[in-house]
Structures are given as structure tokens and as C-alpha cells.
Design a protein around this ligand. Structure first.
Ligand code: FA5
Length: 345
């Protein structure tokens, strides 16, 4: 017994079904076709019901043949349904209007931190500064010791640190200042660079503090670099960034890796220096820390020439972005709410 002995000709059933399907372009006809072949009393239900009446040895062949025919017709039916529903068929009830304009593609925008970082790079490129990076996972040596903060130096408390090992030798950098050491070890002097990147501190996440934020570090080293150069470069940078009308204030400060050190503020961009909530009624916004490179930093970086001098500075990019774009809460910068981000197109 073989396929030819089956009491039905499955191939002609399939061919007929496909031919009928082919000529259809209306949903209602498709539904009639489906019921005719696949309904409860349809052709395939009859065929399956007839299997027990077939000679025993032919039953598996009949089952296989019926199943593969069903699969083939089902696939053809689904394809046809799709074509009819989207109006591709010549006489479909739903017609495509090819003159309608398409859906507007959604497009992204640059994050405010990226916008400010690019602006900073543009300004310092103009002054001949190169751009460098350093690792976010640092060693105690680069983050503290080489910056004139040996173990147990009280200034380490200025930065509440995320340590990554029990010996407290590996950590998430608390500032971009370790890049100073890495650059001094690697590049020939004189040099001038900036370094932009993420920094990490165990600070409470509130309106003005984030445990992950961004800094830009600046370093200029040579044989006749003075505090006047530092003032001139920072004044140019801040006026390019915030506008020529701002006032700039230098106050004495302390950092272990600079001597003398300064804290630099600009007149409040919101109230113009009169005093408001943003500047805590002081009229000033603190923007960055800076100073002349401490001789110990040169020594730890392997530079022995006593004639070398230089300046360094470090600023928080998130705080700059907040001032520039009038963002009242630093958390907006990391929550990535699309309604917030859409404003920076
Ligand atoms: C420093 O980190 C020094 N390394 C800066 C420096 C470099 C001084 C070179 C001298 C020479 P400070 O801890 O003040 O300094 O941080 C610099 C800036 O980082 C701050 O002015 C502030 O804008 C920003 N910052 C600090 N902590 C946070 C925080 N938790 N969230 C957001 N921004 C912060």
C-alpha cells in the first residue's frame, strides 16, 4: 500500500484551495475560505475524520499528508490576510494613500553634560590645550598619595571615597586630579591639557550633590608659568562659557596639591549678583578650585627640575550645566526623563 492508494487526492485539494485564495481581495471572502477548509465542518475536518476508515497501514501516511497540507494552506492564508489588510491587493477595500506624509522619525539629542563638555573642549582647544583621559578606577597612589596626601593625611577626608578592596588601595577616583600625575609621568614638558570624566564620592544624592558626577581638570606646566597665567586662562574660559558680562572672584583656599590655592566664583547668572535663592543670597556661584602645582606633585611624578612651575584647576561639569541651563536639581541629569532631555534639542 502506498500514497497513491489514499482515498483522497491531497495535492488537488491544496491546489484548488490556493487557486481560490489567490483570487481574493476582501476580508469577507477570506473568512468564507477559512470556514470552507478549516471550519468545524470543513474539508480538513472531514479528511481527518476519515482516517480511522482508511486501511491501517495507510493511516500514518494520510496523517502526515493532511498535516503538511494544513500547514501550507495556513501559511498562505496568513500571508494573504496581511496583504489584504494593508491594502496591497489590487482590489482591497482599504487603499494606501501614497501621497500622505510618513510618520516623523523620533530623533535623539545630546545630554546637557555632553553639550557642556564639548563646549569646554572647544574653548580649551582654542587655547592650545590637549584633551586627555584617565581611568575611573584608580589606585590610592594616583588619587591621593602622588597628590601630596600620604596615608592618614587629614585632607583625604575632603573626599568621601568608594573603596573597591579591603586594603583601601583601589578606589573610584574622587576627582580628575589623578590625571595630572598620569600626564606628568607620560608627556614631555612644557604641556597644557584638560581632562574630562566621571568622578565618584560617597555624597548624599540631593539637589546639588550626586555620588557620580563629572569634572574637568586643567593643567599647564612650563618654565615661566605664574598665577597671572592661571587668572588669565580661567577668566577667558569662564567668560566664553557664561558670557562676557560676568564678574570673577578669586578667594584663598586649600588643596594639598596646589600652593597657593584658590576658590573661584562667578557673579550669579540668575540675579546678576544682587542675591537670590540660587546663590544663597551671596551674589556669587562657586565654580572651581585651582592653584599653582605643589612642588611635591612634580617630585612624585618624577620631575626634578626646580625651575618647573604650573597651575591646575578642577571644576564640576554638572554644576556648570545646572548654572548654564538653569537646572534646579542635579538629579535631573541622571534620571533621564525624556521630557527633561527633549528640552536640549
Ligand atoms: C576638587 O575635586 C579638586 N580636585 C579641584 C582642583 C583641581 C583644585 C586642581 C585645585 C587644582 P572639589 O572637591 O572642590 O575640588 O570639587 C570640585 C568641584 O566638583 C566642586 O566645585 C563641585 O562643582 C564639584 N562637586 C564636588 N562634589 C560634587 C558632588 N557630590 N556632586 C556634584 N558636583 C560635585
Amino acid at each position: 500500500m502506498a500514497e497513491k492508494d489514499l482515498p483522497f487526492d491531497i495535492e488537488s485539494i491544496v491546489n484548488k484551495a490556493l487557486e481560490e485564495l489567490n483570487g481574493m481581495d476582501r476580508d469577507a471572502d477570506l473568512e468564507k475560505w477559512r470556514l470552507k477548509y478549516f471550519g468545524r465542518k470543513g474539508i480538513f475536518a472531514d479528511l481527518t475524520g476519515s482516517i480511522p476508515k482508511i486501511e491501517q497501514s495507510l493511516r500514518p501516511i494520510a496523517g502526515t499528508k493532511i498535516n503538511s497540507a494544513k500547514r501550507q494552506l495556513n501559511a498562505a492564508f496568513e500571508e494573504k490576510k496581511k496583504r489584504v489588510s494593508c491594502g496591497v491587493e489590487a482590489n482591497s477595500e482599504i487603499k494606501m494613500n501614497f501621497t500622505l506624509s510618513g510618520l516623523k522619525p523620533d530623533y535623539g539629542s545630546l545630554h546637557p553634560i555632553t553639550l557642556v563638555s564639548r563646549e569646554i573642549v572647544r574653548i580649551f582647544h582654542g587655547l592650545g590645550f590637549g584633551v586627555h583621559t584617565g581611568p575611573e578606577i584608580e589606585t590610592d597612589f594616583y588619587n591621593f598619595e602622588a597628590l601630596n596626601m600620604p596615608v592618614d593625611h587629614p585632607a583625604r577626608d575632603m573626599w568621601d571615597t568608594f573603596y573597591l578592596d579591603s586594603k583601601r588601595k583601589i578606589l573610584l577616583r574622587t576627582h580628575t586630579s589623578p590625571v595630572q600625575i598620569r600626564v606628568l609621568e607620560k608627556l614631555p614638558v612644557p604641556l597644557r591639557i584638560i581632562a574630562i570624566g566621571k568622578t565618584f564620592r560617597r555624597d548624599a544624592f540631593d539637589a546639588s550633590h550626586s555620588p557620580v558626577f563629572h569634572q574637568v581638570e586643567g593643567l599647564m606646566v612650563g618654565y615661566d608659568i605664574t598665577f597671572s597665567n592661571l587668572k588669565a586662562v580661567l577668566a577667558f574660559f569662564l567668560r566664553e562659557l557664561f558670557g562676557p558680562e560676568i564678574k570673577i572672584r578669586f578667594l584663598p583656599s586649600y588643596f594639598p596639591f596646589t600652593e597657593p590655592s584658590a576658590e573661584i566664583s562667578i557673579s550669579c547668572v540668575i540675579c546678576g549678583g544682587k542675591g537670590c535663592q540660587t546663590c544663597a543670597w551671596s551674589g556669587w556661584l562657586e565654580i572651581l578650585g585651582a592653584g599653582m602645582v605643589h612642588p611635591e606633585v612634580f617630585r612624585k611624578s618624577g620631575l626634578k627640575d626646580p625651575r618647573l612651575t604650573g597651575f591646575a584647576f578642577g571644576a564640576g561639569i554638572d554644576r556648570i550645566a545646572m548654572i548654564k541651563y538653569r537646572i534646579d536639581d542635579i538629579r535631573h541629569l541622571s534620571f533621564n526623563d525624556i521630557r527633561f532631555l527633549n528640552q536640549f534639542r
